[in-house]
Design a protein around this ligand. Structure first.
Ligand code: ADP
Ligand code: GLC
Length: 502
């Protein structure tokens, strides 16, 4: 370590306010602020997608580093560095720009060169650090789009004094996305092709996986809740990586994501028709009325309004919801859904709206403003995920006095306490409704229980209060990240990890 401040490089494919597909963006937008408050010097590295407006974010090209070129197989791609400062922080944001990789395309694609886009990004990040002469103590990478960096440090850069004392931390936000590509990725990424063999470091079920290299070659692995850290050690949740994760169990740490309450607080949320707090709950009723009007549902104060904001993928438990729709539609409830993803789920909700326009409203697409308004205007928030590494929406819901109905898995299990269970234990500290079995009847039972209690004003007020006063700020998790960073540094300086198989 040089100087008193820890130098932390955060590398990600998403960060708010520049690019977000899900919770990863929220986390990477918040972490720099928190780390700075703990005496870290932070730099953020992410791709510059053409959807990121330069003027709005005061992004400027760095002309001093203007001749970067990155090899992919035989080809070379020109890369440029763009920079800005993350609002409210000292954090410099370094945008890797490569026209070939990032122009006219969204964050993730199904294009055949998806592997090349992120090879370019991973290689460029390390080159840029060297060119800037900014030597991080820790490079903290996130999910498969950054999974080559720990490997490159232990191959191309293994004898480079510049990175000799740099530790790496790899955070799993979702093990279900392995970043799995054709084996020719080994060649495109500049790696030794003789190391591609069954069970070898570059092979994952016959393919190449960015997730696997991140898991194998990082000094420390973290994931975003304690329960998920345990779950992914099992075949049921490990998505084929449970073997590797078990072999690195000692280096795997679960750290719950925090919430940036500057952005997600009903007291100061600019997107709300009226702000409110646990002491001024009348404002929440106004938000419900506004939401019902906005989404063209009948304005009814006493009908429980159920909100959902979600990527429409299997992970989020849409099959369970589909299975209970007939019963759900018999109940006196309203449902507002915001999301996009698999066409089968988009169509399911479109059809549902057609059949029950008085009960169901669906907005297919991405809408940040509406997501805040749903958090504020709903009574219940539905998140019956089959697995959930952390989940942020249920934690936002708590602060907005919107009661989560969740399945007991991953971060949902670590944040939501079942009201009924808490009564049985005589604690009255429940903040939501929780079911365990991934079966439709279990979900339906939880929704029934929630709706029943909704009509008991006294109990409901207690649940809402329990949720609103809970503190899931980053402060609690920041210290754990610092410990992990220190451990990663000591790995490099005291006991350099001898990478196996390369
Ligand atoms: P995941 O990262 O698995 O998608 P999280 O609960 O951690 O799940 O985070 C999801 C984040 O993405 C939340 O901030 C949520 O509000 C946001 N989000 C998801 N879908 C949409 C959408 N269609 N429009 C706006 N925001 C969305
Ligand atoms: C992933 C997970 C989600 C988590 C988010 C941020 O997208 O699906 O549970 O909250 O990453 O870590």
């Amino acid at each position: 370590m040089n100087g008193s401040k820890l130098k932390i490089a955060l590398v990600s494919s998403e960060a708010v306010p520049y690019a977000k597909a899900g919770g990863l963006g929220d986390v990477l937008g918040a972490l720099p602020k928190v780390l700075e408050q703990h005496d870290c010097e932070v730099m953020l590295f992410m791709p510059k997608y053409s959807s990121i407006p330069e003027d709005a974010h005061k992004i400027k090209i760095n002309w001093r580093i203007d001749d970067l070129s990155v090899p992919v197989g035989e080809k070379h791609f020109e890369v440029h560095l763009y920079q800005t400062t993350l609002p409210g922080t000292q954090t410099k944001v370094n945008f890797v720009y490569c026209a070939h990789a990032f122009d006219n395309r969204w964050i993730y694609t199904n294009d055949p060169d998806e592997n090349q886009r992120f090879i370019i990004f991973n290689r460029a990040v390390l080159k840029i650090m060297k060119r800037m002469k900014w030597k991080p103590d820790v490079i903290h990478v996130n999910d498969w789009p950054t999974g080559l960096i720990p490997l490159y440090l232990k191959t191309f850069y293994k004898d480079d004094p510049f990175f000799a004392s740099t530790g790496t931390v790899f955070t799993i936000h979702n093990i279900g996305y392995p970043g799995k590509f054709h084996p020719d990725t080994v060649y495109l990424a500049g790696l030794d092709q003789t190391k591609f063999f069954p069970g070898g470091p570059y092979e994952f079920w016959g393919m190449f996986s960015f997730m696997k290299t991140g898991l194998l070659f990082s000094d420390i692995i973290t994931t975003v809740s304690e329960t998920y850290a345990e779950e992914i050690l099992t075949p049921e949740y490990g998505a084929g990586f449970d073997g590797i994760l078990n072999s690195r169990k000692e280096d795997l740490v679960g750290i719950l994501n925090g919430v940036d309450y500057e952005i997600w607080s009903p007291e100061k949320d600019e997107f709300l028709v009226q702000t409110y707090s646990s002491k001024r709950l009348a404002g929440k009723a106004k938000n419900k009325e506004f939401l019902q009007e906005r989404v063209h549902l009948p304005v009814k104060a006493d009908v429980p309004l159920i909100g959902m904001i979600s990527r429409m993928v299997d992970q989020k438990g849409f099959d369970l919801i589909e299975a209970i729709l007939p019963q759900l539609m018999q109940m006196d409830i309203q449902l507002v859904v915001l999301g996009s993803g698999l066409p089968k789920y988009e169509n399911l909700f479109r059809d549902l709206h057609q059949a029950y326009p008085e009960k169901v409203c669906v907005h297919i697409g991405y809408d940040n403003q509406l997501s805040h308004q749903i958090e504020a205007g709903s009574d219940l928030f539905l998140m019956p995920s089959l697995y959930e590494p952390c989940g942020l929406n249920q934690i936002y819901s708590l602060r907005y006095g919107t009661v989560p109905v969740v399945r007991k898995t991953g971060g949902l299990a670590d944040t939501i306490v079942d009201w009924g269970q808490s009564l049985l234990e005589g604690r009255k500290n429940g903040n939501g409704f929780v079911f365990t079995n991934p079966h439709p009847e279990a979900l339906l039972d939880a929704v029934h229980r929630a709706v029943l209690v909704y009509h008991n004003k006294k109990e409901w007020a207690q649940i809402v209060k329990n949720g609103m006063k809970a503190d899931f700020s980053w402060e609690k998790s920041a210290g754990k990240y610092l410990q992990v960073y220190k451990k990663a540094i000591s790995r490099r300086t005291e006991k350099p990890l001898k990478p196996e198989g390369i």
